[in-house]
Design a binder for this molecule. Structure first.
Ligand SMILES: [Zn+2]
Length: 310
């Protein structure tokens, strides 16, 4: 190919690649880490995480477990300060319940009380910033193991002006972070670094897997919703993951913009105990069977062993 022809082709290839979009949603605020425990460390970890978002212009959203904002029954100013850090940096916050209860294990009445309790402290903080408090993220991504529970929860969220925050790119970042924390607590930075490298490769593979699932289901790419947690491994490695996503052709968009895609109005009739990707809920609703779901990347043995060990 002549050189000038090659030049003509380059912008086309680039613009096709650049059509991929992804939202970063962060669960379990203020922080969830065994290594960063003191108020100063939690704040430092938060600044590190938010720095990655700022560097790559990621309009992230954080989901708060409001029970963790209290100490001895009173609001804990150190934990509340972490939320203020998010808000002042321009990020939106949503409801992730009061006590992170598991809908599979409790009655719908108890669960809905936990959803209401998720408004404590955070709703006021958010409204003082003039921001909306409008998204709900299900703990463990569980939406009801009976039709009655699922319907009641959906009705409740609508009545209280919440929109559910779906997850398409589900993953096990929390296991990597637990393994990472345990290595750091032992002072084993070499192993921690190895966990970090494996995390990046794993997450890249997970994104590839859900891209393929999306193509199979919709015949196109849709804006993806990525779930991560406010944990140590993301404070350390999420910047590198964002760099990789950018190189893969992703731009970073808000949850509000992602949900405008009609894919997010797909019917979800999945009722069961699994906390699974919305892509898989939609696939099951459309009658997809076993073979469709194959190939999800696994957590490496080293990480599982470290996460389970002392
Ligand atoms: Zn959670």
């Amino acid at each position: 190919m002549r050189f000038w022809l090659l030049l003509l082709c380059l912008p086309t290839a680039f613009s096709l690649q650049a059509q991929k979009q992804i939202v970063v949603t962060v669960d379990d605020l203020p922080t969830v880490s065994r290594f960063y425990r003191t108020p100063a460390d939690r704040m430092a970890m938060t600044r590190r995480l938010l720095h990655h978002f700022r560097e790559y212009q990621v309009p992230a959203i954080g989901f708060v477990v409001s029970q963790w904002l209290y100490r001895d029954g009173a609001p804990d100013p150190d934990q509340v300060a972490i939320l203020k850090q998010w808000l002042e940096a321009g990020y939106e916050l949503g409801n992730h319940t009061f006590a992170h209860k598991d809908l599979n294990r409790i009655s719908i009445r108890e669960y809905l009380d936990d959803v209401s309790g998720g408004e404590k402290i955070t709703r006021d903080l958010v409204s003082r910033q003039g921001k909306p408090f409008r998204y709900f993220r299900h703990p463990f991504l569980r939406k009801g193991d009976t039709p009655g529970k699922k319907d009641s929860l959906e009705r409740f969220l609508v009545q209280h002006q919440y929109r559910e925050a779906p997850v398409t790119v589900d993953n096990s970042d929390y296991l990597f972070s637990l393994a990472f924390d345990k290595a750091l607590l032992k002072g084993d930075t070499a192993t921690a670094g190895e966990v970090g490298r494996q995390y990046l490769d794993y997450m890249t593979a997970v994104v590839g897997y859900y891209e393929a699932q999306t193509d199979s289901l919709f015949g196109r790419q849709i804006p993806q919703t990525l779930l991560i947690h406010a944990n140590s491994i993301n404070a350390h490695y999420f910047g590198e993951l964002l760099r990789r996503l950018k190189n893969r052709g992703y731009s970073f968009i808000s949850l509000e913009d992602a949900l405008k895609d009609e894919a997010y109005r797909s019917e979800d009739r999945y009722v069961g105990r699994g906390g699974i990707s919305w892509l898989h809920r939609w696939a099951l609703t459309r009658g997809k069977k076993g073979a469709f779901f194959k190939g999800e990347p696994e957590v490496p043995a080293l990480v599982n062993q470290l996460a389970e060990g002392q």
